[in-house]
Design a protein around this ligand. Structure first.
Ligand code: NAD
Length: 540
């Protein structure tokens, strides 16, 4: 594993322990006017600010104004006013704005990537996934709006005489609570179908990554969405997030399972719906007929994208006996060849963790496993020489159920290798535990892998790919089974969650009551004959 060199100032990174005083990147700061233009979008009157520092080098990036409970109330009032007018606009108008957003995120890619990298510390190639995901989402929903939202004719009870149609009515104002790991796309992607369906949004992004989320809000306005339709509030989740749940008509939450349960309880209290995209302990299976080189390449992306801080990344790798040794050698070699880097440039294979908390968790999981007898095949240590929160991509072998990283989500660049002898056993072990978010299967036999996928208790299963095949296919739903979530983003489920279905039935000529002097008994007889006839005619 090697450290890549040039930093944004063009000088090599210092060797030895990280020392902000002598760090060549420490002088970097975002232009104050740029930060000011972004943070002005937050509805915040407390007069308090929270400092945000870059995980790359610990340098201060911004002071984020903090919202009060009254600010949240005001954000909802503004959003509600904007939503009333917005809901009367045509689907064509909304779709056209969505397509402009598509172009805008591609045109402004460099600015978006710079901000994501500075704020999250991830490698630029992992940051690229974010504008790409927004462009895919905007195009998909922009192009399929009427398919999902158009009024649909349904079967009426009396053919020809009962006309029924179903409208998709917006819920109103949707609260979106998002995490820090994909700060641009997680703040925006779930909001796009909400807007398209005629809703407004009040967004509460994670406190550590407000700037990327605010740039997203700015781009929405530049694409043509009305100014007040997307409100942003800031502050700790336990206070500001709770206030958002208290006012919203629907909540879309992405974050940890522990917080997700609190969010669900808050929504239940108010009888509002919610979708929850939560944690995972995702398994990858390498079958005996897998292309080993391809599986090793996929395993690197599966385990170390965004330094493993990805809800759908893999933390458990089950490999068939027949290919175990070959796979292990190729996977370790590929991981050892990765470059770690603290720069804005392309070329780093992995960046930093986001925070001291993340570094502490990853360190604790690895130290616990090693203390209890696991072997480190590669990595296994923090890299303070690169920046405050760097940790090497780490492969463990010999992990047992008494070790924390066996079943708990690490959410870092740590993967455990397990050997299996029979596939049924591998699937049973993959299904162990309470999570069920994402799985990956490597095999040369697509049909066999698809068959096996049906036995895996995960919301998405990727064959010969880590997570991209499902995550980037926006037409397919994405979300977790069991403790990995409730509801789905993407596809028709990803937009219908923001609507109420409204059935409108129009009755012609006959009524649902005795007519022409019929008694109730005669009416029941006619209806009984009618029911029998409909069944004979094959009607649903
Ligand atoms: P977290 O649950 O701590 O925080 C997520 C968001 O919830 C933040 O905006 C936070 O401020 C807010 N929040 C915290 N407490 C709250 C409360 N009581 N009420 C309302 N909001 C509250 O999660 P995290 O640690 O920041 O993110 C990492 C976790 O998110 C991991 O478990 C990861 O697997 C999961 N995640 C899941 C997906 C997915 O799509 N399934 C995507 C990204 C991250």
């Amino acid at each position: 594993m090697s450290a890549s060199t040039p930093d944004p100032t063009g000088r090599p990174l210092a060797d030895g322990p990280h020392d902000p005083e002598h760090d060549p990147t420490a002088s970097y700061a975002l232009e104050p006017e740029y930060v000011e233009a972004l943070t002005r979008r937050i509805l915040a009157t407390s007069g308090e600010t929270a400092e945000v520092r870059s995980p790359i080098n610990g340098a201060p990036l911004a002071h984020i104004p903090q919202s009060t409970e009254d600010d949240v109330v005001e954000a909802f009032a503004r959003a509600r006013r904007a939503q009333e007018a917005w809901a009367r606009t045509s689907l064509e108008h909304r779709s056209a704005i969505m397509m402009r957003l598509h172009d805008l995120v591609l045109d402004r890619q460099d600015e978006i990537l710079d901000l994501i990298v500075w704020e999250s510390g991830k490698a630029r190639k992992h940051a690229f996934d974010e504008p790409m995901h927004i462009a895919l989402t905007a195009r998909y929903y922009g192009r399929t709006a009427s398919e999902h939202l158009g009024t649909k004719r349904k079967l009426g009870v009396v053919p020809g005489l009962t006309r029924v149609e179903v409208n998709r009515v917006p819920k109103g104002v949707v609260g979106i609570i998002s995490p820090w790991n994909y700060p641009f796309t997680m703040a925006l992607c779930d909001g796009l179908p909400a807007l398209l369906a005629g809703n407004a949004v009040v967004a509460k992004p994670d406190a550590q990554t407000m700037l990327s989320a605010l740039l997203g809000a700015q781009l929405l306005e530049e694409a043509g969405f009305p100014k007040d339709l997307w409100q942003v509030v800031a502050g700790p989740g336990s206070r500001v997030g709770t206030s958002v749940i208290g006012k919203a008509d629907y909540i879309c939450f992405t974050g940890s399972t522990a917080t997700g349960k609190k969010v669900a309880a808050g929504c239940a209290e108010r009888l509002i719906g919610c979708s929850l995209e939560l944690g995972g302990k995702n398994p990858m299976l390498v079958l005996r007929d897998a292309d080993v080189e391809r599986a090793a390449e996929g395993a690197v992306r599966a385990s170390f994208s965004n330094a493993g801080q990805l809800c759908v990344s893999m933390e458990r790798l089950f490999v068939a006996d027949q290919v175990y040794d070959r796979f292990r050698e190729r996977f370790v070699a590929r991981t050892q060849a990765m470059t770690l880097g603290a720069t804005l440039d392309w070329g780093n294979d992995m960046g930093s963790l986001i925070s001291q908390d993340q570094l502490d968790t990853v360190t604790r999981h690895v130290e616990d496993a090693v203390a209890k007898g696991a072997q480190v095949l590669c990595g296994g240590r923090a890299r303070p020489d690169l920046g405050p929160f760097y940790f090497e991509p780490t492969i463990l072998e010999g992990v047992t159920p008494d070790m924390t990283c066996f079943g708990e989500e690490t959410f870092g660049p740590v993967i455990s290798l397990y050997r299996f002898h029979d596939e049924a056993d591998a699937v049973a072990r993959a299904n162990d535990g309470e999570y069920g978010l994402n799985a990956s299967i490597y095999s040369r036999d697509g049909a066999r892998a698809r068959d096996l996928a049906r036995q895996v208790k995960c919301g998405t299963v990727n064959i010969n790919e880590a997570f991209g095949a499902t995550f980037a296919s926006i037409d397919s739903p994405m979300g977790g089974m069991r403790e990995s979530g409730m509801g789905r983003r993407q596809g028709s489920e990803g937009i219908h969650r923001y609507t109420e279905s409204q059935s409108v039935g129009q009755q012609k000529l006959i009524r649902f009551a005795p007519m022409l002097g019929m008694s109730d008994e005669q009416y029941a007889g006619v209806m009984t004959a009618n029911l029998r006839l409909m069944k004979k005619l094959g009607r649903a």
